[in-house]
Design a protein around this ligand. Structure first.
Ligand code: MN
Length: 239
């Protein structure tokens, strides 16, 4: 009697389990389709920022480092399927509820995507807008004072990280710095939150080939590459 019941249950369950495993296999096969985070192309030739940033550094930085953040973030989608319904930017503001691999690689992807866009070949980045200059004067006194404070923050970041100019929720501008691949959009303790207007990568991979340990020289050489047109756009969008 019990043996017959068990056999009946097994017979009934078999097609259910079969369907379930088929679904799992199909989901596994479909995983690459979920790879919705995409490496953006560099908006200029890798040699366009020379001599301040050499073509080899740019190529390695974009094609290897940034590409790895994107690939590693996509590899997290299967275990964190809610990533599929979040934009890269929206993810930053909810990063606290995700594991470290999503924080590191999601941050790395967002940070580098903005980094390429806030640089331009020297002489092609335009100037700060009147509105941005007014905000800079109000928050720092002058553009020179902003640069001095930014350079200090970027130089003083111990180990790997980023220096940022942000627009805070109260409308004022501020300089801040984050470790590793964190950024000011992240809902994490210890982060001064705001809308990033520009972020500078001070990881050694960003400058070591050309500058070795001379990070301040890299920072000084980087300013003429700043794409003020993009910073103006980010400032206007944040206001
Ligand atoms: Mn980097």
């Amino acid at each position: 009697m019990f043996a017959g019941l068990r056999m009946l249950i097994r017979l009934l369950l078999r097609p259910v389990l079969g369907c379930l495993s088929l679904v799992l296999v199909l989901l596994g096969l479909a995983a690459p389709v979920w790879a919705d985070f995409v490496l953006p192309p560099l908006p200029y030739d890798p040699s366009a920022l020379e001599p301040a940033i050499d073509a080899t550094t740019m190529t390695l930085h974009h094609d290897r480092h940034h590409a790895a953040y994107v690939a590693n973030l996509n590899a997290q989608i299967a275990a964190n399927p809610e990533l599929k319904s979040l934009s890269l930017e929206a993810l930053q503001g909810q990063i606290a509820r995700f594991p470290a691999a999503v924080r590191n690689n999601g941050g790395g992807h967002w940070n580098h995507s903005q980094f390429w866009s806030v640089m331009a070949p020297a002489g092609q980045g335009g100037e700060p807008s009147e509105e941005l200059l007014a905000a800079i004067s109000s928050s720092f006194g002058s553009l020179e004072a902003l640069q001095s404070q930014f350079n200090q923050s970027a130089s003083a970041r111990f180990g790997s990280g980023w220096a940022w100019l942000i627009r805070k929720p109260d409308g004022s501008l501020a300089i801040t710095s984050t470790a590793n691949q964190d950024n000011p959009l992240m809902d994490l303790p210890g982060i001064e939150r705001g809308t990033p207007l520009l972020g500078l990568d001070v990881w050694e991979h960003a400058y070591y080939l050309n500058y070795q340990n001379r990070r301040p020289d890299y920072i000084a050489a980087w300013w003429p590459l700043l794409n003020w047109n993009e910073v103006n756009r980010r400032f206007a969008a944040a206001a």
